[in-house]
Design a binder for this molecule. Structure first.
Ligand SMILES: NC(=O)c1ccc[n+]([C@@H]2O[C@H](COP(=O)([O-])OP(=O)(O)OC[C@H]3O[C@@H](n4cnc5c(N)ncnc54)[C@H](OP(=O)(O)O)[C@@H]3O)[C@@H](O)[C@H]2O)c1
Length: 153
């Protein structure tokens, strides 16, 4: 992705309250993009928004649990209602589980799948129709995901 083409783009970043998502939102803000930042915790999102605004860019916090498909659709609607469109959607919200397979409770595995798989699908299902609706007027839209896999024994 060519960051210097992103000035004035509208970018949604999930999992933006810490770590890679937070750094991603700030990197887009530094390029002049307006950012819509989402995660479950409101306080760190508010702090991030303040930091983005100090860098001179528009920023909107939308507390969202990506496991909840309707909440993710509402996130997309908020971005369009407030900023007119979405150019880039970064599916970043994720949880990590370090455990022996036979030791961790099944709920812990379900949380990983719900967040890291279904959360990404919810994002794609929310934004792809918006990209399609805007396609005749838009240069290019992107839906990106970050992923990693690792297993050891
Ligand atoms: N850091 C690395 O070097 C690295 C390298 C390779 C892979 N990874 C993987 O990348 C992922 C993120 O890493 P990180 O270091 O950025 O972790 P992190 O600091 O824990 O960030 C995870 C983000 O996802 C959000 N999140 C989690 N569940 C969510 C949900 N249900 N709905 C909405 N947001 C949710 C968290 O916010 P809330 O808690 O506020 O919801 C947080 O903002 C992890 O899975 C990690 O294994 C990390």
């Amino acid at each position: 992705m060519v960051l210097n083409s992103l000035s004035k783009s509208v970018v949604v970043v999930t999992g933006a309250s810490s770590g890679i998502g937070r750094a991603t939102a700030l990197a887009f803000a530094d390029q002049g993009s307006a950012v819509v930042v989402a995660a479950r915790r409101k306080e760190p999102l508010d702090e991030l928004v303040e930091e983005c605004r100090q860098r001179g860019t528009a920023a909107i916090p939308v507390p969202t649990d990506v496991v909840d498909e309707e909440a993710v659709r509402q996130l997309a609607r908020t971005a369009v209602d407030r900023l007119g469109r979405i150019d880039v959607w970064v599916n970043n919200a994720a949880v990590t589980l370090f455990a022996r397979i036979e030791d961790a409770p099944m709920d812990a595995f379900r949380r990983v799948i719900d967040t890291n798989l279904f959360g990404y699908l919810h994002g794609a299902r929310a934004v792809l129709p918006i990209f399609a609706a805007h396609a005749p007027r838009r240069r290019r839209c992107r839906c990106a995901g970050r992923g990693s896999t690792r297993a050891s024994r």
